[in-house]
Design a protein around this ligand. Structure first.
Ligand SMILES: Nc1ncnc2c1ncn2[C@@H]1O[C@H](COP(=O)(O)OP(=O)(O)OP(=O)(O)O)[C@@H](O)[C@H]1O
Length: 582
């Protein structure tokens, strides 16, 4: 180590970004492990395969870099090689390694063949006591074996204050060492030293400012601040493990889930989205597993359920924290066994060939602490966790998103003419705060667009969205956050404005649709039964008439949308969709 460490430190100081630092660290680790292997009894039978740096501060992946031993041997050691090979080939250690690294705070060895995991430090045990061995899940075992890895060493990557901000995994192949720890325990101390030396660089350096990834329908905008995260998502999209997308409401999790599906090998299969916010607890199991006619009172026809509908594809389960404890047990069993039974058809066990993406906007770890979310399920779904930043954290994207949303609204309304966002309007948007994230931005753009249309006339071929339109749209928003009465006046004005714009009467009865909008919004925010309590109609829940009432009110709101030629907002669409599935 006498020469290697100073050389590593020098290379780390010369690194200007995370990927470079990860490259030199992995190179040093693989070389050190190679030396140890050469001096061991496995020199002839074993070979090193690859190393991966996982940076996941706050328990969410931020960056990921892999280096293959072959690339190290056969190619010039330039960071460029890493960029080409990096995230594309990154292969992952399992969630259980991460869990064990966090729990034990030390390096560990995985014997893939035996399916066991051994932490290297056992502080409370005497030397004579047997070594602590933890079972390693079978699916992770299979995955590692499929890429020839028989032995893995996982080292904690410690950030400021000793907090574990990531891990480094080294994989090797040595059939002769199955049932033994290979070289990992002997070489663990120098390997950990390398990781500790590199840690401040790995956790502190920014990501390489790579060219923004290609955009598409589902991810039309990627700013520099999101580019490295999209690189990670691109790798994760191709895995079959469960992906956990967390992030504030409206940040774009559902669309990203769809993007991941489109970038996976399942892209030709179905993509289904189950939003638990709009499914009452008693129907959650049924919606997931499906039911046979007569399975319970009210099951008047068969329902295949979301799992059957997503066979061969991807199922996005959003708002996972809304899952009842009973349904949590059902989902855990499904994720562990990959089998399930349709309600009312206990005799038939079915296999779920489904990739799961889970969405949440709450801190699930906190939910585990409160006892509302099962810890074992949390670890089962926390395999590939990614936190989608709020729009305020990716301000470099605001004007590009605004332009994209504007073009989309315009195409819906008036495909012939052109539309542009004035530079002043873009600046105004960039300066704003966006607690509602992309959803709020989309609403503002939609509103500003209507204002611009009214002002400039629909016949106008070149429409410009100016600062004044944005300002006015924002002021409606501010008002609606403040006084209810003022917001009602705004709604009334918008109603009248719409009638003027179309130059034909807009029946006042359509104003009754407000009840539908209110209910759908409340359902989205607090769930169906609570929504009725919130608006003073608990009696409807007690008499089990609330769903009928919801259906009627949603219909009225939809009628208004149809009359003015606008798509129903997501709250209405979700309330309606949940009704349809019943
Ligand atoms: N790719 C996109 N193209 C156009 N609009 C988008 C895109 N992604 C997000 N939006 C806008 O942001 C809104 C919210 O997106 P999405 O439903 O994906 O967010 P979310 O994080 O899943 O929200 P929630 O947590 O509330 O379910 C969309 O309804 C749309 O208005």
């Amino acid at each position: 180590m006498s020469k290697e460490l100073p050389a590593l430190v020098e290379a780390l100081y010369a690194a200007s970004h995370f990927e470079q630092a990860a490259f030199v660290t992995l190179r040093a680790l693989l070389r050190r492990a190679e030396q140890a292997l050469g001096a061991s009894g496995f020199a002839r039978q074993g070979r090193l395969l690859r190393g991966t740096v996982h940076l996941r501060p706050g328990d969410a992946y931020r960056r990921l870099v892999a280096l293959d031993q072959e690339a190290l041997e056969g190619r010039p050691l330039a960071p460029a090689a890493l960029r080409e090979e990096g995230p594309q080939v990154a292969l992952l250690a399992s969630a259980s390694s991460w869990r064990a690294v966090v729990a034990h705070g030390c390096a560990l060895s995985i014997d893939v063949g035996l399916g066991t995991l051994q932490p290297h430090q056992e502080p409370s045990l005497s030397l004579s006591a047997p070594r602590l061995t933890v079972p390693f899940p079978q699916d992770s075992q299979q995955r590692l074996l499929s890429r020839q890895a028989t032995h893995v060493c996982v080292l904690p990557l410690r950030g400021a204050g000793g907090r574990i901000d990531g891990m480094v995994a080294l994989e090797a192949s040595c059939m002769a060492a199955i049932g033994q720890e290979f070289i990992w325990r002997e070489v663990s101390t120098p390997l950990q030293l390398i990781v500790d030396v590199a840690a401040p660089f790995l956790t502190g350096l920014p990501s390489h400012a790579e060219a923004p990834p290609e955009t598409d329908e589902y991810l039309p905008v990627v700013g520099a601040s999101m580019a490295s995260l999209v690189g990670v998502l691109r790798v994760f999209a191709r895995q079959d493990e469960t992906l956990l997308l967390s992030g504030p409401t409206g940040a774009g999790k559902s669309r990203l889930a769809r993007w991941c599906h489109e970038h996976s090998s399942r892209q030709k299969g179905p993509f289904e989205s189950l939003d638990l916010m709009v499914v009452p607890e008693e129907l959650q199991m049924g919606e997931l597993f499906g039911w046979r006619k007569g399975a319970f009172t009210g099951a008047v026809r068969d329902n295949p359920g979301f799992l059957a509908r997503s066979q061969g594809g991807t199922l996005f389960i959003d708002e996972i924290d809304k899952l009842s404890l009973k349904a949590q047990a059902g989902l855990l069993h499904l994720l562990e066994e990959r089998t399930y039974r349709t309600l009312g058809d206990a005799a038939n066990t079915q296999r779920a060939h489904v990739r799961f993406i889970i969405g949440t906007n709450v801190d699930l770890h906190e939910a585990v602490r409160r006892g509302t979310f099962r810890e074992d399920l949390y670890y089962r779904i926390n395999v590939l966790p990614v936190r989608i930043p709020s729009l305020d954290e990716r301000r470099d994207e605001i004007s590009a998103w605004a332009r994209h949303m504007l073009a989309r609204h315009h195409a819906e309304k008036n495909p012939e003419g052109t539309v542009r966002l004035s530079p002043e309007a873009a600046l105004r948007l960039e300066r704003g705060a966006w607690p509602g994230n992309l959803r709020q931005l989309d609403n503002i753009i939609r509103r500003a667009y209507t204002l611009a249309l009214v002002q400039q006339g629909e016949s106008r071929q070149a429409l410009e969205l100016g600062e004044a339109h944005v300002q006015q749209a924002l002021s409606y928003e501010e008002v609606s956050q403040g006084s209810l009465v003022e917001a009602m006046c705004q709604a009334a004005r918008a109603f009248v404005m719409e009638a003027q714009r179309r130059g034909a009467p807009l029946d006042i009865d359509l104003a009754e649709s407000l009840r539908g909008f209110v209910l759908a919004e409340a359902v989205q925010q607090v769930g169906r039964e609570e929504a009725f309590r919130l608006v003073g109609r608990e009696s409807l829940v007690k008499s089990r008439n609330h769903l009928k009432a919801l259906r009627q009110e949603v219909k009225k709101a939809e009628a208004l949308c149809a009359e003015v030629g606008q798509a129903p907002p997501s709250s209405l669409a979700q309330a309606a969709a949940a009704e349809e599935r019943r």
